[in-house]
Design a binder for this molecule. Structure first.
Ligand SMILES: C[S@@+](CC[C@H](N)C(=O)[O-])C[C@H]1O[C@@H](n2cnc3c(N)ncnc32)[C@H](O)[C@@H]1O
Length: 266
């Protein structure tokens, strides 16, 4: 435990689970603590597919970044970016184009301190410790790295289900997109209960209780509610679908209760 604590910013309460560090655990990372692992294991007991879902979500992110690169997008704003793990956005983008620019945003101090350590020698990418709901200050910070006269790919991957309706998530996303030029893209993944059976729904409610003890409570959204984030945008085929059904590069029959979609600002 003492060894772990060396890399932890002093503001972090390691006794309280964080979704960033639970997600790191699901992906096989090492930046998580006892409380995170205990909560993550509780979720796994109720919902054994959680790690597979996290991996499917991460694969969607990789496919989207690659696709947007083929559409000429060279800049990315990754909101709720999480703790760096294998296949981070700058690694995918800069592999194809070393000049690609990336701004990571997360409000979890461990995620941001690790991102900045990883990016110390990378002049085209940085990480901001900020709440994605604070749109004006996030946009101001992002402008220091990104050129807002050229298209940007906004990535909000597995983060919006931690923003309740009371915190105006639709208005926040609309404000991000309003500041960006035509030809910018929005990619979202979002947990849903739409596809669950009655029995699975009962399990899911137990999972939600575990998250309610973390710093981030869950707000599930329906297909229509996820689609609403793309109001005024051109949806890319195949629209709002389970993440593993969005332009898969291999056959994957995992049942994933996470929607994924990409839209283009006309
Ligand atoms: C499940 S993780 C997803 C990480 C990454 N986007 C991915 O999909 O691989 C969710 C992340 O969103 C972050 N997050 C949740 N609410 C946020 C907010 N209001 N502002 C910034 N980050 C937030 C959490 O700290 C966490 O790192």
């Amino acid at each position: 435990m003492m060894e772990e604590l060396k890399w932890v910013p002093s503001t972090v309460d390691v006794t309280r689970p964080s979704v960033a560090r639970m997600y790191d655990y699901y992906l096989g990372g090492s930046h998580n603590f006892e409380a995170d692992r205990a909560a993550a294991k509780q979720v796994e007991q109720i919902f054994p597919g959680v790690a597979q879902s996290a991996q499917a979500n991460r694969s969607f992110l990789r496919r989207v970044v690659r696709h947007l690169m083929t559409q000429g997008v060279e800049q990315f704003l990754d909101l709720g970016s999480g703790i760096p793990t294998v296949g981070n956005v700058h690694e995918i983008a800069q592999h194809d184009n070393p000049n690609a620019r990336v701004v990571y945003v997360d409000f979890e101090p461990v995620a941001v301190s690790h991102s900045n350590a990883l990016l110390a020698d990378n002049p085209n990418a940085n990480a901001i410790l900020a709440d994605l709901r604070a749109t004006s200050s996030v946009l101001a910070g992002a402008r220091e790295t990104l050129d807002f006269s050229r298209p940007v790919g906004v990535l909000v991957i597995a983060a919006l289900h931690f923003v309740s309706d009371a915190d105006s998530p639709y208005e926040a996303i609309a404000q991000y997109m309003a500041d960006l030029p035509s030809g910018s893209y929005l990619a979202i993944t979002h947990a849903t209960w739409d596809t669950l059976s009655e029995a699975e729904l009962a399990e899911a409610r137990e999972v939600a209780k575990i998250y309610s003890n973390s710093d981030n409570k869950l707000t599930m959204r329906t297909h229509a509610e996820v689609t609403r984030f793309f109001d005024g945008m051109e949806m890319l085929e195949p629209g709002v679908v389970a993440v593993n059904d969005w332009r898969p590069d291999s056959f994957d029959e995992t049942h994933v209760g996470i929607y994924g979609a990409v839209g283009r600002k006309p």
